[in-house]
Design a protein around this ligand. Structure first.
Ligand code: CA
Length: 241
């Protein structure tokens, strides 16, 4: 439904580069690593990243020089750049932004903060993307790109099957979905499960969604549907916004 976003990580401290890569991958990004300025330019041209994390102090070419060159090349001119700076490089932060970077994060940084900044910069760079990758129903927000589910802004952790069931119900926009149909779409063809399995997953899903779980209605003898009014309201909100 959506493509995975690619982040190019340019950092000569290999342990840090790998730690950042690991955490970004966990958050649903694809990552590419480069360890010096020249490698960064080559990787940016080759892998066409959606965002570049760029350390300032790099061998071969400095981060600021890399940023300037990326901006001059039409194929990379629009790629958002977040500079990674050390405390001692405060002057470079300013230079970094003057060189065309979109934001900077000062080392040492928390990975949670870094992820939040990445999301913010990406959203700014492509405001339509949220619309494409988010399914809404009442207080439920399901992000298909990062596989996260929020209820009234609070993250809820679902299993893959629960996530797919919920996505299928929201996409159904109030239509009644039979257990067989739900199994096919949420578990996949060729896996032998009984209709009862769907009921078990649904019970767990409703519980995890808390109050919002009531939006999932059981249609006796047929299957399930997501409360149509809730999905219609969400659609109306999206149309107004
Ligand atoms: Ca460095």
């Amino acid at each position: 439904m959506t493509t995975t976003r690619k982040v190019l990580i340019v950092e000569d401290e290999r342990d840090l580069a790998e730690l950042v890569a690991l955490n970004l991958e966990r958050a649903g990004f694809d990552t590419t690593l480069a360890h010096d300025g020249r490698e960064a330019l080559a990787a940016a041209a080759r892998s066409r990243p959606d965002l570049i994390l760029l350390d300032v102090m790099l061998p071969e070419l400095s981060g600021t020089e890399v940023a300037k060159r990326l901006r001059l090349d039409p194929s990379t001119a629009d790629v958002p750049i977040i500079m990674l700076t050390a405390k001692a490089e405060e002057a470079d932060e300013v230079i970094g932004l003057a060189s065309g970077a979109d934001d900077y994060v000062t080392k040492p940084f928390s990975l949670r903060v870094l992820l939040a900044r990445i999301e913010t910069v990406l959203r700014r760079a492509d405001p339509d993307r949220d619309q494409r990758s988010t399914l809404n129903a009442g207080p439920i927000e399901l992000r298909t790109d990062t596989h996260r589910v929020l209820v009234s802004g609070t993250e809820v952790h679902l299993t893959l099957t629960e996530f797919r069931l919920l996505a299928t119900l929201i996409e159904g926009a109030g239509a009644v979905l039979g257990r067989k149909e739900l199994m096919r779409r949420a578990i996949g063809p060729g896996v032998r499960v009984t209709p009862r399995t769907i009921d078990v997953h649904m019970t767990a899903l409703r519980k995890k969604l808390g109050d919002a779980g009531r939006l999932i209605e059981t249609v006796r003898g047929v299957g399930y549907r997501l409360d149509a009014a809730a999905t219609a309201d969400a659609a109306a909100d999206a149309a107004e916004g």
